[in-house]
Every structure is written in structure tokens, then in C-alpha cells.
Design a protein around this ligand. Structure first.
Ligand SMILES: Cc1cc2nc3c(=O)[nH]c(=O)nc-3n(C[C@H](O)[C@H](O)[C@H](O)COP(=O)(O)OP(=O)(O)OC[C@H]3O[C@@H](n4cnc5c(N)ncnc54)[C@H](O)[C@@H]3O)c2cc1C
Length: 465
């Protein structure tokens, strides 16, 4: 009998780590097909920058790839030539460059390849998957080069899609991660970054590293409010009982404000409360009604995001210095119109939400850092877009990710049929879980998906004997 075939589409953190768990947990023949294109295998988009200047935005102590081995990353760092002279305690609280984290992920993969059982075989395909068709009892995965591969089970680990194009600037805006190699017309004429979040901060770092000395304007409707991480030794103790019983957004907000007030009374920063809430956030989100979720996205998500997604101190301080020197000009506003001039520059008309009047800027480039696009019907990823038009995938009700079965993350198609043999994880689960972006939650999903899928495979194999 042929070995069951699991294809993983996407080879970033999630795709690679799920493959690692499949290799660790499998106890009989299995063939894995790993399909990845766009970013380097294992590193993915996040951990393949070209420079050590880009720091992780989570401390090393929370970045182990394995939830049940929390010091795995710090112990790996202790063996690294650049870090072995630093104490484990200091390493744990450091913000390590993303490129070093990429080395860590690659080393996990190399180790897996060296130690995996021989009954697990792997083929790697560097190509974009563009379509999936059911060919009962298998699935055919079509690749961009017109070839196809056949699998019994599919894991969609497609990661972040590109930001939605800016409405007025489709023809002359650049994507954030291209700033690793962004070609500017000159090093002095200002640029405008649309977005004021962590991607903006990375983009400023990238531009300065490339020798750009001009003013960097940034714009978003809520303005710039990024915070640095609080001191590593501070924490807030949350009494779980009251928070666990909140089933509406109203109750949840009331409870969060109560906790923030208590934290402030103890001179602790608000963000520690949001950190302490993290184990309860998904549960609360799942209890909220559709109207509550919409309300949260409209009115509270921005404040939540500021407290939740913070910068390493050194990056925050560098932005502060730039701001004081007039080189970083964040605006609270909305781009209204843009027009290219004959010299290739761009005139930007924008509305200032603070002074409530219309303003103008002249820049050489607009960089779109508005965050990953989540609506699969508009996705930059050809696979998600095609599958949404054929109906094999459907967006969740808030268009934050995919419509899935909450029990096992298997996808539900446009007709409501549950495809138990196609599962997903990572940002595709944002609609279901809300918290589905960072390593601390993704590493748990990778293991869960691998273990559950193997149970399904084994069950089917036994039924066939
Ligand atoms: C710049 C950046 C920095 C970050 N920093 C941190 C951090 O410090 N700490 C933290 O916890 N989290 C961080 N994150 C969050 C990050 O999303 C996760 O940590 C993790 O890297 C996501 O991995 P992933 O595998 O889901 O997606 P990705 O890394 O995006 O990998 C998906 C891969 O699949 C490929 N792919 C997609 N579709 C197809 C297809 N159709 N065919 C073939 N290949 C395909 C993509 O090209 C890519 O190679 C960061 C994110 C970014 C973008």
C-alpha cells in the first residue's frame, strides 16, 4: 500500500514547524510534499531580512519554537558564536535580530532532516501553488509551472498576504518588505509610509540602513502611538475568574478597564494587563457575537493593538530621536488623492485629523505598510484568491481569514461542506481565534495540526487494512 501523502503549502515558520512535528510524531510510512515559494524555506517572510538591524518584537524567552521546551531558543543562542559569552538571563530578555531567529529555524529543520525516521520521506517543491481540485479520493494541487502534485491531505500554511493596495496610489506605491532592497530615486527627497504600526518601524530602520537621509512621513487615521516593551521583570497578576466569565464585549471591556485601573494603582503599565489577558483573549473572542466582534474591530482593535504589539526599546528610542530631529514626521490623517509629477515625484493631498484641514506633501515614494490583507477574495496570494472564487475556501464572517471547523481547523467551503482533509493554521485562523499571529500561539497550532492530522491518517489507514 502507498504511503499517505500530506502536502504542506507554505514553508515559513508554520509550514516548516508542522512538518517537524509530523516527522517527530509519525509512527508509520508517510510522504510529505513541501511546497514553498516567495520567501526562503523555514525563515518565511518574517525571519529573512538581510540585516541584523531588524529585531524580533518579542523577547527571546518567548520565542522557543516548542511550547513544551520554553528555553529551546535561549539554549540554542548560548551555542551561537555571537551570543555564547552572554548570560542566559540576559539572553532571555533580549530582542534578537530576526535573521538570527531565521538561522535558528533553519537549524531545527536541518536537525529534523538528520534525525527523522526513514519511513517518513520528504520532497520539496519550490513553486507557487495556484489551485486545488478534488480528484476523489485525492486532491490535485496545481502549480504555477503548469505541473500538479497529488496529495491525500493538505495543510495551508500560506502566512501573511500583501497589504491591500492603497486606493489612490495603486500605480506608485511600494510594498513594505521590498524596502529590504527598495530602490529610491535619491537619498534625500522625503518618502511617505502609509501605516503607523510595527511594519512602519521596520521600514524606517530599513530606509536608514540603506543610507536614506531624508524626512520620513508616516500617516494613518489613528496616528503614531507605538509603545516600547515594559521592563522585563515587571508583570501583572490577573485574577482569571472574573475575566473567564465575560461573554459579551461590554462585560469584557468593563473587566479590562477594572484590571487596568488596578494595574495603574500599582504603578504598572497598561500593556502588562493585555499581556496577562493573552491566555483568555481567544476564548473571549469566540464568545462574542458577530455584532460584538464588529464593534471591537471598529472601535477597540486599534487600542488593543497598541498595547499588544510593542517595539524593542532601542527601536522605539531611535524613532524618538528621529522625531526630535524632525526626520520622522508621523501624521494622524487620511490620504485623499495622489498625483505623479513630471519628475517622478508624487504630490499627496491628505486630510489632517487633528487640525481638521487639508494638507499637501511632496514625496518620492509611498510605501504601503497598512498591514496584511486578510480578505481572501482580494488576496495577493493566487491560491487563496482562486480557491475563494471556485468556492473550495470561504472567508470567515469578518473576512479576517478562512471559514474553518473550530475543532480541527479543517476548512469549510462556500456550500458549507467541511473538508476534513484540508486544514489550515496561522493568520488564516485570525477570524476564529483573533490571536493567531505570533510565535507563542503559532507553535501550539503547528503541533496540534500535526497530531490531529496523523490521528486522521492512522484512523483511515486502519480502516483500509
Ligand atoms: C516582518 C515580520 C516580523 C515578525 N516578527 C515577529 C516576532 O518578532 N515575533 C513573533 O512572534 N512574530 C513575529 N511576526 C509574526 C509572524 O507572522 C510569525 O512569527 C510567523 O513568521 C508566520 O509564519 P507563517 O509560516 O504563518 O507565514 P510566512 O512566514 O509568511 O510563510 C508563508 C510562506 O508560504 C509561502 N506561500 C504562501 N502561499 C504560497 C503558495 N500559494 N505557494 C507556495 N508558497 C506559498 C510564502 O511565500 C512564505 O514563504 C513577524 C511577522 C513579520 C511579517
Amino acid at each position: 500500500m502507498q504511503a499517505p501523502v500530506i502536502a504542506i503549502i507554505g514553508g515559513g515558520f508554520c509550514g516548516m514547524l508542522t512538518a517537524v512535528h509530523l516527522c517527530r510524531e509519525a509512527d508509520s510510512t508517510l510522504h510529505l510534499i513541501l511546497i514553498n515559494k516567495g520567501s526562503p524555506f523555514a525563515r518565511g517572510l518574517a525571519y529573512s531580512p538581510h540585516s541584523h538591524q531588524y529585531l524580533l518584537n518579542v523577547r527571546a524567552r518567548s520565542m522557543s519554537a516548542f511550547a513544551d521546551e520554553p528555553v529551546h531558543f535561549v539554549e540554542w543562542l548560548q551555542q551561537h558564536p555571537l551570543y555564547k559569552h552572554i548570560s542566559p538571563a540576559a539572553l532571555s530578555t533580549s530582542f534578537i535580530p530576526g535573521t538570527i531567529y531565521g538561522e535558528y529555524l533553519e537549524s531545527i529543520w536541518q536537525q529534523t532532516m538528520a534525525t527523522k525516521p526513514s519511513f517518513v520521506t520528504i520532497s520539496m517543491i519550490e513553486e507557487t501553488a495556484v489551485d486545488i481540485q478534488e480528484a476523489t479520493p485525492h486532491y490535485n494541487i496545481h502549480l504555477q509551472n503548469n505541473r500538479h502534485v497529488t496529495a491525500d491531505y493538505i495543510i495551508l500554511a500560506t502566512g501573511n498576504s500583501q497589504p491591500r493596495p492603497l486606493p489612490f496610489t495603486a500605480t506608485h506605491s511600494s510594498l513594505p518588505w521590498s524596502t529590504y532592497t527598495l530602490s529610491l530615486d535619491n537619498t534625500t527627497t522625503p518618502v511617505l509610509i502609509a501605516g503607523n504600526g510595527l511594519t512602519m518601524a521596520d521600514t524606517v530602520t530599513g530606509l536608514r540602513e540603506q543610507g536614506f537621509t531624508g524626512v520620513i512621513h508616516t500617516i494613518s487615521p489613528n496616528g503614531y502611538a507605538l509603545k516600547p516593551h515594559s521592563q522585563p521583570d515587571l508583570s501583572y497578576f490577573l485574577s482569571a475568574e472574573s475575566i473567564a466569565t465575560c461573554s459579551t464585549l461590554r462585560q469584557w471591556k468593563k473587566e479590562v478597564y477594572k484590571q487596568i485601573t488596578q494595574a495603574r494603582a500599582a504603578s504598572l503599565p497598561d500593556e502588562l494587563v493585555i499581556d496577562a489577558l493573552r491566555p483568555y483573549t481567544t476564548n473571549a473572542w469566540q464568545q462574542f457575537s458577530y455584532a460584538d466582534k464588529q464593534d471591537f474591530l471598529r472601535h477597540s482593535a486599534h487600542f488593543w493593538s497598541i498595547l499588544r504589539h510593542r517595539l524593542p526599546h532601542s527601536i522605539h528610542a531611535a524613532l524618538e530621536r528621529e522625531f526630535q530631529a524632525g526626520m520622522f514626521a508621523p501624521h494622524k490623517g487620511v490620504i485623499q488623492q495622489t498625483e505623479k509629477d513630471s519628475n517622478g515625484g508624487i504630490h499627496v493631498n491628505w486630510y489632517n485629523c487633528i487640525s481638521r484641514n487639508h494638507r499637501q506633501l511632496h514625496v518620492q515614494k509611498i510605501i504601503n505598510c497598512t498591514g496584511p490583507g486578510t480578505d481572501i477574495t482580494q488576496s495577493s496570494n493566487p491560491l487563496l484568491k482562486n480557491l475563494s472564487s471556485t468556492g473550495l475556501l470561504k472567508a470567515d464572517e469578518l473576512k479576517l481569514g478562512l471559514w474553518v471547523n473550530a475543532a480541527d481547523y479543517s476548512v469549510i467551503d462556500a456550500n458549507g461542506n467541511n473538508h476534513r482533509r484540508i486544514v489550515t493554521l496561522g493568520t488564516n485562523l485570525k477570524g476564529l481565534l483573533w490571536e493567531s499571529t505570533a510565535v507563542p500561539e503559532l507553535r501550539v497550532q503547528c503541533k496540534q495540526v500535526a497530531v490531529r492530522l496523523l490521528q486522521q491518517v492512522n484512523h483511515k489507514e486502519k480502516a483500509c487494512i
